[in-house]
Design a protein around this ligand. Structure first.
Ligand SMILES: CC(C)(COP(=O)(O)OP(=O)(O)OC[C@H]1O[C@@H](n2cnc3c(N)ncnc32)[C@H](O)[C@@H]1OP(=O)(O)O)[C@@H](O)C(=O)NCCC(=O)NCCS
Length: 228
């Protein structure tokens, strides 16, 4: 399956949760993105992207970076009505750009990947998206240790068999918020209480975090959008 309206980019649209109207979500897998990207990357990637790809030491990391950027270019080009090679991806001006958040005039986007899975959110308002593979319980414990104290207490009360998944839900909520704000992890993940309850809390005025559905059980994802 390819993303409708793109130049054949492999991927599927995810349902957009209520509260994020106007946004579009794409989920793709590296197994299909990588061979496709290899055919379009020579014409699409700019010099900065080629240099960044070539600096990566592992071939798998080079392939994944190339695949993410080609998906991003295909989806943004469809949204902007331009050629994928002509999409001007650059660090955002202002504080967000100082932490590495990239942007493109005329559309907001956020890209995330974990293991085999890639998530791309685009929309008319600022946003942040995060997707993570549910890790082992031991790895989840390390993640939980950097969260807000109230989140840590809530996760400690979750049954062991569900705790890694519950921790991943909190983590993607948190990272989507920090990516929307543009700080990324330069802002302490212990500061903002997104919560472990059924609905994400709204710790930072002006931002709303939403859990995403329609993904395999092995991954969890969240989207944070500007709220009026
Ligand atoms: C942004 C960040 C949270 C991403 O974490 P991650 O889980 O490893 O990666 P994800 O797959 O979820 O997201 C990566 C994408 O986020 C985007 N991104 C990068 N920096 C970002 C930021 N500050 N805010 C929002 N999005 C950002 C990019 O599109 C990136 O994709 P790319 O590597 O293909 O360009 C992490 O890298 C971070 O905290 N960076 C900022 C730290 C900082 O201040 N660095 C200063 C360097 S200039």
């Amino acid at each position: 399956m390819s993303v409708p309206g793109t130049s054949g980019a492999p991927g599927a649209r995810l349902p957009v949760p209520p509260g994020a109207e106007g946004a579009a979500l794409v989920h793709a897998r590296l197994a299909r993105l990588v061979p496709w990207a290899r055919t379009v990357a020579p014409a699409w990637l700019d010099a900065a992207e080629r240099a960044r790809r070539d600096r990566l030491r592992r071939a798998a990391d080079r392939d994944a970076f190339e695949a993410r950027r080609c998906l991003l270019r295909a989806v943004l080009a469809a949204r902007l009505g331009t050629d994928p090679a002509a999409v001007p991806i650059a660090p955002l001006p202002g504080p967000a750009g100082r932490h590495g958040k990239p942007g493109v005039p005329g559309v907001h986007f956020s890209l995330s990947s974990s293991g085999e899975h890639v998530l791309l959110a685009t929309g008319p308002r600022e946003l942040g998206a995060d997707l993570e593979t549910v890790p082992s319980l031991a790895a989840a414990r390390q993640v939980a240790a950097v969260l807000h104290p109230e989140e840590q207490r809530a996760l400690a009360r979750v049954r062991r068999g569900r705790r890694a998944r519950a921790t991943t839900v909190v983590w993607v909520r948190k990272e989507s918020l920090l990516k929307a704000m543009g700080t990324g992890l330069s802002r302490d993940p212990a500061l903002d209480l997104v919560g472990a309850g059924p609905e994400p809390a709204r710790p930072v005025p002006g931002w709303r975090t939403l859990d995403l559905e329609g993904l395999p059980r092995t991954v969890r994802a969240a989207l944070t959008v500007r709220a009026d």
